[in-house]
Design a protein around this ligand. Structure first.
Ligand SMILES: Nc1ncnc2c1ncn2[C@@H]1O[C@H](COP(=O)(O)OP(=O)(O)OP(=O)(O)O)[C@@H](O)[C@H]1O
Ligand SMILES: [Mg+2]
Length: 168
């Protein structure tokens, strides 16, 4: 049994021993995310940023026939599910100037924005982000917030009961 616990700083830690566990986290995120939210997925290559993004998009109703991949070369892919989603991978971004051309901040007017490798750009993207830090050894996610709206989202996520208390 795992217990839902928001840690001291409001972070939620979720063990992800199996792909199924990661899909479950995607379903939980899908229940609490809303248009205008910014989710930043961080972690090393292969940590599962795209896998969790795909799981979240599927749970939001993006059909299985629509590929959800790391949009490294197009940088941004748009998807339609229960809500409109913009998915970006900023690994190859040259800097903040290029970011402005992507229109991701504007996308938050109407869309859920999910960004891989987006940590340096949280403020440029309007701040108030849900940060999902993924680790592969062992596999787990630590979900935290950088603003009030995101804090409410993380609290709602914790209430769904898949987190455990962050280890020290
Ligand atoms: N518990 C798990 N959760 C998520 N992915 C897992 C898990 N176990 C194994 N995997 C595998 O790990 C890989 C994660 O790859 P993914 O493309 O999601 O990583 P990424 O963080 O997006 O990498 P990149 O930085 O290259 O974009 C997938 O091949 C997936 O099948
Ligand atoms: Mg990826």
């Amino acid at each position: 049994m795992t217990r839902a616990l928001a840690g001291g700083g409001g972070a939620v830690e979720v063990p992800l021993p199996t792909r199924r566990a990661t899909r479950e986290l995607g379903r939980a995120l899908a229940r609490v995310l809303r248009p205008g939210d910014l989710v930043v997925m961080s972690g090393a290559l292969g940590a599962g940023k795209t896998f969790l993004t795909r799981a979240t998009c599927r749970a939001l109703g993006v059909p299985a026939r629509v590929p959800i991949t790391s949009p490294t070369f197009t940088l941004v892919q748009e998807h339609a599910g229960a809500l409109a989603i913009a998915h970006a991978d900023l690994y190859r971004l040259s800097g903040p100037a290029e970011l402005r051309h992507l229109g991701l901040r504007e996308a938050r007017d109407s869309r859920l924005v999910i960004v891989e490798w987006g940590e340096p750009y949280v403020e440029a993207l309007g701040g108030d982000a849900v940060l999902v830090r993924l680790e592969a050894h062992p596999r787990r996610a630590t979900v935290s917030a950088t603003g009030r709206g995101a804090e409410a989202t993380v609290t709602a996520l914790a209430a769904l009961g898949l987190g455990v208390e962050p280890s020290r």
